[in-house]
Design a protein around this ligand. Structure first.
Ligand SMILES: CC(=O)N[C@H]1[C@@H](OP(=O)(O)OP(=O)(O)OC[C@H]2O[C@@H](n3ccc(=O)[nH]c3=O)[C@H](O)[C@@H]2O)O[C@H](CO)[C@@H](O)[C@@H]1O
Ligand SMILES: C=C(OP(=O)(O)O)C(=O)O
Length: 418
């Protein structure tokens, strides 16, 4: 298993680019199942989750053609509508093939995604929404078996604004008979990106980005070219790493309009932020960050996918903070590893109570999930001495060329196969 070896203590300095967004690219790849025409997708990030999705499409008979670096073409008909456990277990977002397969081919057998380290992550909202559109669904032997002649438009009120739930229902509704209204829909920018791609394919969608999305079903969708948006969580992670190390970093292509809640917290931590046409520049002017309390919630509030990174920032900040996680019930796995590095953090239910320390010290630590890994890397960059981060396959799910990018900023980081 690969490990990252990081010697901390250097402020990050310089420029880094933002890759395409994992959480936009995954639904967009799934959306290609809605047509047999060719779709060209550019700005795809080079990530394990993308490889897994392409394998999943491949096992259904859709072979991607590499156009150029980070740009692929997909098209053709699937030869079976089956998403097997072996691939689905690697990545929860595999559930995103359910809506498109059912809407286009009338059938889908998709393995239930396993619970992962951050919480139980049910898919009842996906299933109930598709049932409301007329699908016949059974869950047996670990598989969701869905059938429908043609889905029918429906008004669906989602219990909670699920991101992939909204995406699955949005994709399914594009080919349904009649109009679908999704109420209490999630508003994340990645949903807007997916909707824009679907519109480029001929879908009729309004209200994306708000909590009511209206989709007028069409008979068929067609091919298009689409560029995936930049990854706001990756941009945010580099900004936090710069703040925690008291550095100065320009994150190219970072979209401030998708990062408002994060930028507010970084400014509260003492960062000087400049948004310009190149991206976002963060400068700590050599100062130690100040502790910031926060609470995660659906977009546009503070994202759960940035919580772990801010816990690392607060661990070395001046003062006390409380970080409340409201989305996933088990998303503090990084805390015990940060404590092994000398952090002073207590957990009380869904709240981390953090007493910032002057310095962390390097230690062997283990990554447990994607953003927990990012949190450990940030902590290691600030720490005195060497940190070895084990199980970094988690980080490769969501961060493209992480060590190359950090090295560009002056970090002492290398990967070993072990
Ligand atoms: C691939 C992708 O885009 N992943 C993101 C997506 O995950 P994902 O789409 O899985 O997360 P959801 O938005 O669905 O989860 C939000 C909350 O809804 C609950 N829930 C969800 C579905 C359901 O059927 N029933 C139910 O109760 C979940 O347990 C959780 O408490 O949004 C999360 C929340 O912003 C992010 O952390 C993930 O990075
Ligand atoms: C939790 C995440 O991803 P996923 O939903 O794919 O597990 C994430 O991107 O932080």
């Amino acid at each position: 298993m690969d490990k990252l070896i990081i010697t901390g203590g250097q402020p990050l300095n310089g420029e880094v680019w933002t890759s395409g967004a994992k959480n936009a690219a995954l639904p967009i790849l799934a959306a290609t199942l809605l047509t047999k025409d060719r779709i060209t997708i550019s700005n795809l990030p080079h990530l394990q989750d993308i490889t897994t999705t392409l394998e999943l499409l491949g096992c259904m008979g859709i072979e991607p053609v590499m156009e150029e670096k980070m740009c692929i073409q997909l098209g053709g008909a699937v030869n079976h509508c089956h998403a097997p456990y072996d691939l689905v277990k690697k990545m929860r977002a595999s559930i995103l093939v359910l809506g498109p397969l059912l809407a286009h081919y009338g059938e889908a057998d998709v393995s239930l995604p396993g619970g992962c380290a951050i919480g139980s992550r049910p898919v009842d909202i996906h299933i109930h929404g598709l049932e409301a559109m007329g699908a016949d669904i059974t869950v047996e032997n670990g598989y969701i078996r869905a059938r429908a002649d043609r889905l029918k438009g429906a008004r669906i009120v989602m219990d909670v604004p699920s991101v992939t739930g909204t995406e699955n229902l949005l994709m399914a509704a594009t080919l349904a008979d009649g109009t679908t209204v999704l109420e209490n829909a999630a508003r994340e920018p990645e949903i807007v990106d997916l909707a824009e791609c679907l519109i480029a394919m001929g879908a009729k969608i309004t209200g994306h980005g708000s909590s009511t999305i209206t989709i007028e079903g069409v008979d068929a969708l067609h091919g298009c070219k689409y560029a995936v948006m930049p990854d706001r969580i990756e941009s945010g992670t580099f900004l936090v790493a710069a703040a925690a190390t008291r550095g100065r970093v320009l994150v190219r292509d970072a979209r401030a309009d998708t990062l408002e809640a994060v930028l507010v917290k970084l400014e509260e931590a003492g960062a000087h932020i400049e948004v310009n046409e190149q991206g976002i520049l963060l400068d700590m002017k050599g100062q130690r960050p100040k502790a910031v309390s926060l609470r995660t919630a659906p977009y546009p509030a503070f994202p759960t996918d940035m919580q772990a990174q801010f816990v690392a920032l607060n661990a070395v900040a001046e003062g006390h903070s409380r970080v409340i996680e409201t989305i996933f019930e088990n998303r503090f796995m990084h805390v015990q590893e940060l404590c092994r590095m000398g952090a002073d953090i207590a957990l009380e239910g869904n709240t981390a109570i953090i007493n910032g320390v002057e310095k962390l010290s390097g230690a062997p630590v283990m990554a447990t999930d994607l953003r927990a890994s990012a949190s450990l890397v940030i902590a290691a960059l600030t720490a005195e001495g060497e940190t070895v981060v084990d199980r970094i396959y988690h980080i490769d799910r969501g961060y493209e060329c992480i060590e190359e990018k950090l090295r560009m900023l002056g970090a002492h980081i290398r990967r070993t196969a072990g």
